[in-house]
Design a protein around this ligand. Sequence first.
Ligand code: SF4
Length: 407
Amino acid sequence: MYKIESTKQLKEVMGNYFLGMKDTSRKVAWCTSVGPAELLRSFGFEVHFPENHGALLGASRMAGDFIPETIKLGYSDDICSYLTADIGSYVKKQTPLTAHYGLNGPPKPDLIVYSTNQCREVQDWFTWFGRELGVPVVGIHPPRHLDEITPEVITDVADQFKSIIPACERASGKKFDIDRFRETLRLSKEATDLWKKVLWTATNSPSPISFFDATIHMGPIVVLRGTQIAKNYYTTLLSELQQNVKMGIGLLEKERCRLYWDGMPIWGKLRPLSELFLQNHSAVVASTYCNSWVFDAFDEKEPFESSARAYSEIFINRSERVKQAKLIELVKDFRADGIIFHDAKTCANNSNSRFGMPQRITEQTGIPCLVVEGDLVDLRFYSEGQTITKIETFIEQIESAKEVMAN
Ligand code: SF4
């Protein structure tokens, strides 16, 4: 059975990251997953990402125990289930970090920083913790749903980045150092370039990496970007995958169908879904989600402006028109035969099927699309039987259509 050997190193890297949280002498900042992590690291903060904890709660299937705690506090079960699971985990004082790393919970923050470039939910989530823990909270609010990234947007967001520096200085006890910021951004750029190359190895057949593998291997680019550790890890992973491409080995001996996944992962069902596609001789070769940590724009020569551009031009922050064009481009680059849209019940921000996009893409390109209902971590919104039937039927239809074309 095909295996990515670098996974052993990945476990070590992620283990060291979490075990490092035991060092209470380090200052800690919490940050949103596509927030200003490089700026925070340049102040020497350990950076914790509550969304990463949310994903762990989903993958360990503990989220369902915690979401009701947050609902009791007056939060709807329709809103981000990372938020409801993470707050509930804090309230119940339980976390998968205990069994895996001996931690009682995520590290206590000295500063909490969010960016609403992805959604407004993170602001409510992080300010809840700010109130609860008595910790300062600062936010960046880029313009949303952009068609174009204009010079005005860059100036606005770059100024917002600069405006959080005093809070970082107070919480870290360190003065801002532009050279450290440039260096952190350089490392982040190098790691993100490697990550992109890792993902792009899946343009080959057989693909050496699937979307499901990538959701695991993306750990360092989310939580350790701006460090040498992340850069080293992706150097190793890329070299292994490139070698596999050269040897012609990958997920499947023969790919009958290549697919693109749009939207959030279903964290509690990664393994069965991964197996389902492989059993159907299909490879899910690319995704909007894993591509979200490809930041082409980082440039240490213009650290504020390039960070502003990189974090404003992310897919989730773009207009429907730009998203649609980007999806079509990616589907072509990865030679996908169809798109699966995951409509995540509690994340409208990362569910792109709700305003007719699948229909428009099929009309424009002929690429078939399927919508599956589910959620990132709240499995009450996911029907396994129904989803399996839908996916298998979709794959069969694609295969039949390909056979007709070939004859
Ligand atoms: S983008 Fe979606 S999943 Fe992520 S924090 Fe916002 S609402 Fe939650």
